[in-house]
Design a protein around this ligand. Structure first.
Ligand code: CTP
Ligand code: CA
Length: 226
């Protein structure tokens, strides 16, 4: 009975989720990336789908299989993720940016494989677009959620990002922990919301964490209207 109720919690809603790392090309065989596995974003997509939402999942290069029954968009670079998000952002009810987007990309990408030389190599990097910040600037009716991976002063940075990017909620995880966070099937997070909620979700599967997160988002979004 619980399951049947759950299946309708996001019925008729549109949910956009980004997941995984991005990859920034240096030359045909090399790139800069990060340790994101995409598991958290995929777990969120799976729950949203199970609860009846129309789900779009935009993901960087990951090794896990996307949940079936959703609209899956595969991207590589931060720029590609930016374009995909901007193409899909309209009419969404909830947007969750769980992706670990590169902050910098090599200023120059080499057409041919780079050769080594004597001495050090300096790769000049330039900033990528901050996708979430731009979503915050253009925010309409949708409930906008960011993720923040921090290794110290988690709450301080979380609150700063919540405000600076005009978010409804930010989910913070401590990536310095090895049993949770990147790569892991489990996570432990702290959620801060614009409406003043602060909730620590204790360590559990990324699926269970996703369920609790959606409960919070749905409740706050409903509260907005009344
Ligand atoms: N983000 C994004 N586009 C970027 C960088 C980050 O959309 N170019 C999003 C992430 O998807 C995440 C949130 O911003 O939801 C926070 O990412 P994080 O790396 O923790 O914060 P930054 O704002 O990049 O700040 P810093 O890395 O300096 O801590
Ligand atoms: Ca960053």
């Amino acid at each position: 009975i619980q399951n049947q109720q759950d299946e309708n919690k996001l019925k008729g809603k549109k949910v956009l989720i980004t997941a995984g790392p991005t990859r920034e090309t240096v030359d045909p065989v090399r790139f800069f990336s990060n340790r994101s596995s995409g598991k958290m974003g995929f777990a969120l997509a799976e729950v949203a789908h199970r609860w009846g939402a129309e789900v779009t999942l935009i993901a960087g290069p990951v090794v896990i299989d996307p949940p079936s029954g959703i609209n899956y968009v595969s991207v590589t670079t931060a720029q590609e993720m930016y374009e995909a998000v901007m193409n899909h952002k309209n009419d969404q009810d909830i947007i969750i940016k769980a992706a670990a987007v590169a902050d910098y990309r090599p200023k120059q990408t080499h057409e041919h494989k780079m050769k080594k030389h004597e001495g050090n190599l300096v790769v000049e990097m330039e900033r990528t677009n901050d996708i979430l910040k731009e979503l915050g600037e253009q925010k309409q009716q949708e409930y906008l959620v960011g993720f923040a991976a921090e290794t110290k002063d988690i709450e301080y940075y979380g609150n700063k990002k919540l405000e600076k990017k005009n978010l409804d909620a930010i989910v913070m995880n401590d990536v310095s922990s090895t049993s949770t966070g990147f790569q892991s099937d489990e996570n432990e997070v702290i959620v801060l919301t614009k409406r003043g909620l602060k909730e620590a979700i204790p360590q559990s599967s990324k699926a269970k964490i996703s369920e609790r997160l959606f409960e919070i988002f749905i409740e706050e979004k409903q509260g907005e209207k009344s």
